[in-house]
Design a protein around this ligand. Sequence first.
Ligand SMILES: Nc1ncnc2c1ncn2[C@@H]1O[C@H](COP(=O)(O)OP(=O)(O)OP(=O)(O)O)[C@@H](O)[C@H]1O
Ligand SMILES: [Mg+2]
Length: 211
Amino acid sequence: MATQLAKSYPVTVIDADKNHPISRWASNDNAPESMKIIADADEHSIADRIDEAALETPFVIVDLPGSADKIAVMAVSRADFVVIPTAASEPDVIEAMKAIVVVRQHEKGMRRVNPSYSLPFAVLLTQTNAAIKTRILKQVVDGLVERSVPMLKTELNERSAYKAMLFYGQTLETLDPEDVSNIPKAIDNAQALTNEILEALRAARSKESTV
Ligand SMILES: Nc1ncnc2c1ncn2[C@@H]1O[C@H](COP(=O)(O)OP(=O)(O)OP(=O)(O)O)[C@@H](O)[C@H]1O
Ligand SMILES: [Mg+2]
């Protein structure tokens, strides 16, 4: 999403996972010029880092560790939209539900001062099969719908291009089609995801301005 946005806008990515996967990805200088990566945020500084970045670039994307720990709570307190990526598997969905609890707790706290406050969020299904909908995926989706969990319409398919981005330290656009298959499909999928999230952000903003 960050590399797709960076084609049109300045973007800051805050690499708040202490394994720093995004800094590692960018270490060969292939990150777009319009993308700034911040890797020194911890639970004490992340809120300030987000506020500072938001003054400089129209988009700030924060990648958090998989666990719903304190840094996630602090980052959520500054978010306009929370995307909760999960594969269609039991352990992933359990982690996703913990992230939803973090969002709901933040909303609850904020509603003490502003009763109409809401923080939009959605689960993103990742690593799904582009060709078939597995029975497990259907059951996972049914389970989430039953719990009224908002979900993005776009799924991120399992594609070697997404693995290759990290492996070769490239964007989807700079990957070599000789090495990696179906790059255009991966770009279309990433762009569809980006468009849907932009749409959701716009919807949240217009709702906010009518309150
Ligand atoms: N859509 C996809 N297609 C192919 N491979 C993927 C896809 N999404 C993730 N992967 C691969 O799965 C692995 C884990 O993905 P990723 O780093 O996005 O997970 P994560 O949820 O951020 O994990 P963590 O909780 O450790 O941060 C990586 O090796 C990545 O390349
Ligand atoms: Mg991660």
